[in-house]
Each structure stands twice: as C-alpha cells, then as structure tokens.
Design a protein around this ligand. Sequence first.
Ligand code: UD1
Length: 372
Amino acid sequence: MTPILDLVAGARPNFMKLAPVVRGLVTEDRVGFRIVHTGQHYDPSMTDVFFEELGIPAPDVHLDVGSGSHGVQTARIIERYEMQLMDRRPAGTVVFGDVNSTVACALAAVKLGVPVAHVEAGLRSFDRTMPEEINRLLTDAMADLLLVSEASGVLNLRREGVDDSKVSLVGNVMIDTLLSQLPAARERGTPAHLGLDGGPYGYVTLHRPSNVDDPDTLCTLLNLLHELARKMPLVFAVHPRTLAGATRMKLGSLIAEGQRGLICLGPQSYLDSLSLLSGAAIILTDSGGLQEESSVLHVPCLTLRENTERPATVTLGTSRLVGNDPARIRAAFDDVLSGQWPKGEAIPLWDGKAGERVAAELAAWIGRRHHL
Ligand code: UD1
C-alpha cells in the first residue's frame, strides 16, 4: 500500500507553500497525501480564494478551529488533529512555515510517534517576543526532516545541534507559486482597476502584533501612511487582525475605504496581491512572504520590523529593515523615490523548482523510514 502523508495548512501564508508541494507529490508515485486544513484562517478571503486560484484540491479533513487566544487556538488544533491521527494514522505529517497550526500539528503527531517534516525549517529572527519564532524553534525541535529555504537556515540548525543528515536545503516553495502565477497576475491588471493606471504607487500590508496591537504605534503608523501617500498613492490591503485592532482603538476612520491617497482595501486574493506587488514602485510590509516576493521581483521593500528570519532578503534581495520609527521609514521611502536602492541579486534555489525537490525529499524520507 502507498504510504500517505498528511499535509497540514491552516493560515493564509501556508497555502502558497502547500500548492507546489501538492503539485510535486501528484507526480510522485512513491507516496500519497491528504490535505488537512486546521481552519485557523476561515474568512473566505483568507482561505477559499487561495485554494481556488492556486488549484489546490479541497481539504480531505477540516478541523474548523477558528480564532482564539494562542493557547486556545493551539490547544484546539492539537486536540482535533490528534483525533484524526488516531482515526487514520499517516506515514508522516508535513507542516509548513511558522503559524500556530504548524507547531500544534507537529506536536500532536510527534507525541503519537508519527514523524514530522517541516517545510521552511531553520529560519530564525532571534526575537523570542514573536509568536512565530517560538513556533519555528519548537517545530524544528520536533521535526525529523528539515527542509530549508535559504542558506541561513542550515547554519541555524547546525548551531542548534540538529544532525546534518536530517537537513536539506531545497529552496523556497513560495517562489514556485509566484513564478507560476506571475503571468496570470499581471494580466489581471488589479492596479488599473483601482485607477492606478500607469503612475507609480506603493503597496502596504501590516499585521504583526509589534505594529498593530499597541494603539500609539498603530496610530503613528497609520498617520505616517497618510503622509507618505501624499507623495505617492499607497494601496493598503488591511488584514482582519489590523482592522479589528483599529476599530477597537477607534482608529477605524484612518483605514476607511473610499479615501484618496491611502487606498484601503480588505485582504487581497493571491492574484490581486501579486498583481499589485509586481507593478509597485515600493512595498511597505511586516510580512515575511512579501519580503521574499518583492526581492524576487526586484521591488524595493521597506520591512517594518527590527529583525528578520529571512536575512537573504536583506543581504541579497531588496529588503531593508526600518522598524516602526517614522523618521527611519520616511528616510527609506525618500531613498526609494530618489532611486537609491539596490536592485537585488538572485537568491540560490529560489528558482521555481523547490516543490519538486520537496516532493522528492519527502518520498525518499518515507522510503527510508519504511525500510528501517
Ligand atoms: C497568522 C500567523 C502569522 C501570519 C499571519 C498571516 C500565528 C501565530 N500567526 O496571524 O504568522 O503571518 O497569520 O495572515 O499563527 N481573523 C479573521 N478572519 C480569519 C482569520 C483571522 O477575522 O480568517 C482575525 C481574528 O480577529 C483573529 C485575528 O484575525 O483573532 C488573528 O488571527 P490569527 O490566526 O490568530 O493570527 P494572524 O494575525 O492572522
């Protein structure tokens, strides 16, 4: 019987990573798979539209966990995924990235003796105040196969004492999705539909707790965006978490739809987001994915964080860390406007073939384990 792998996805950034691995596994006859959706993200605009646009088969299992505090959300995923594992034990569990679904399913699996593979292993921001950093450290400590997207990840894992035999540098699966969807995204013409025909514009996303959970910080950033939007129109795709925070803090009017300059929209689909990104003159973001994508597309990226777990986007790509201090952000914005920004170099193995390499590694891994 063909061994079956569980592929776990739950939150928006997982879906672009899942799609190329699914494509790779479809042509891999040594292993089968089933898709487990935890339901961490549940708004259609945060999940369904990604499955449709990226051609991902509907999930075989849906855990429907929804939102909650970190403890509640993580615990609910562990409990519900454990029930699935006991019902139908896979040959291995594959988790992606650094969200709560990643660490929760890895923990449920490893406790039942189901081996775990981690796609996007080894990344470290060295900032333990970030929930994602805790998720990354714990998931890698539990994983039996660690598939790494950039060279820094291999060094981090070695420093942490992970045996080299468990680690493989496979490249960035998210870039597979970008390269395969780019023609469709460009054809979509999202900037033109927003009335941005021809002229330069910027694209903005913000959702990290460090930027959106504190009223003073969020208020300062939103006012700064309005100021910068007077120099160049900015499209702001507002994450539900940011909208919820701004509304609670009575800052909702600063991100109301229908304003000039700072064009505020809801969460964008993958193709709309890529369409906006590929035509943009500048990106302002705290998203890991957008740092990577803008580097590949050679679009200058102001990363509103003090650190990054994706250092290749700074050393080779187009990202600069600017934190959330208005003076730094303003200065960097002006550097971009005056053309003082590196164009960025190619990042090794971000070549559109990472999904195939991941599928081959997974099949070989399961093969080795079955012959133990
Ligand atoms: C999660 C990930 C983060 C990732 C981000 C991308 C963790 C710890 N964080 O953050 O790493 O960069 O996804 O989007 O896993 N909400 C909705 N609808 C949804 C989902 C969320 O309205 O479909 C709102 C709810 O108010 C919820 C809040 O967003 O409480 C936060 O959602 P959650 O999944 O906890 O974390 P994100 O901020 O989305």
